[in-house]
Design a protein around this ligand. Sequence first.
Ligand code: PLP
Length: 434
Amino acid sequence: MDKYNFNTVALHGGQEMDGHVRSRAVPIYQTTSYGFESIDHAAALFQMQEEGYIYSRNANPTNRVFEERMAELEGGVDAYAVSSGQSALSIALLTLAKVGDEIVTTNALYGGTYSLFADTFKRFGITVRFVDGRNLSELENAINDKTKAIFTETLGNPGLEIADLSKLSEIAHKHGLPLVVDSTFTTPYLIRPFEFGADIVIHSTTKFIGGHGTSIGGIIVDSGNFPWDNGNFPEFTEVLPALNNRSYMELASKSPFIAKARFDLGQNLGTALSPFHGWLFIQGLESLPFRMKQHVENAQQIAEFLSAHEQVAWVNYPTLKDDPQYELAKNYLPLGAGSIFTFGVKGGLEAAKRFIQSVKLLSHVTNIGDAKTLVIHPASTTHARLSPEEQALTGVNPEQIRISVGLEDVEDLKRDIDQALIASKEGALQSVKA
Ligand SMILES: Cc1ncc(COP(=O)(O)O)c(C=O)c1O
């Protein structure tokens, strides 16, 4: 197979034109099931003696194109698409850790991930240890003989803490553990975590990958580099009757991790992605490089505009020249630090609320990575279930506004932000209404 560059893979990866009608676009295989050729064929598929499609809860040809394209874009060996970013996180981490096991995670996390770890996993008997991702000795000290994975987001949601992936993967590998990375904020266009030693990448494809705010989905990608037979993961080497008396390592030498995620938890918990959504994500991938380039350009301009605005107290965007993470951003994110960032309006919490109530072109919704520009107040929404202390740990504070900069004409965005900032001044809304 020829090796193509990123933009070409985004358009062609994973697709072979079908021999029958030679559809140029990837067809939507909107089917639950696939006809068996014979009773023996059905038995061979069920006993995993032959590869093939059985039922769309575990695999579907449209989703397979999406999976293979994502694996290629990330530089991995295989991928598994599921129904949401949350299910990608759950399936990936529960494939590694079971009752009694532990996970070490950096603090700077999406609120839903924090709740999954602190509440749900806890109820399932899995302890998640939260550490400051910038304090590497704290992180290493949290590892013990029950630890099964190190977890981080590439850019913490919403505080934008940049994960030092090379150092995190070095520590993980020293202890025989995989580094699992949520790269939702960055996509493979901005960073390919496997190049920095990560082992598993997950995305909420709901965001930039779908790109148009239409569909919920997630994906798990395997680098193919982790040695699952290192003694820490017996579930990958034990022989199972369900696998026709083989282990996951024997069944799928390319990616035992993805095989286990798909045929164990994915199949049994039922977190399948709809083929139509898989198809929409393929459409998203085809324009991903162009959208990401523009997202980043618009975000940089909006961040600079906000920094210079008299109603803005602070802006947290790593590629602003005086940002404390500027050097780290240049190293890990040379094409840009995404288009989602936070800022504080002068006047604190009340001014932040007035700003949100005053935007007209910007949409007040809970999503990110849409083609349209979105704003939200994290402390009262995405991170509302967290205590003030937990909010501070995850990088959230009361006057903070999160913006996901879209693809509109940037001058129109500036005009709307400017009028909303003016309206955020104390008394401004009342006098407008009067
Ligand atoms: C970084 C990150 N990971 C995971 C998720 C969960 O994704 P989904 O909403 O697709 O379940 C989100 C959602 O906002 C997110 O921001």
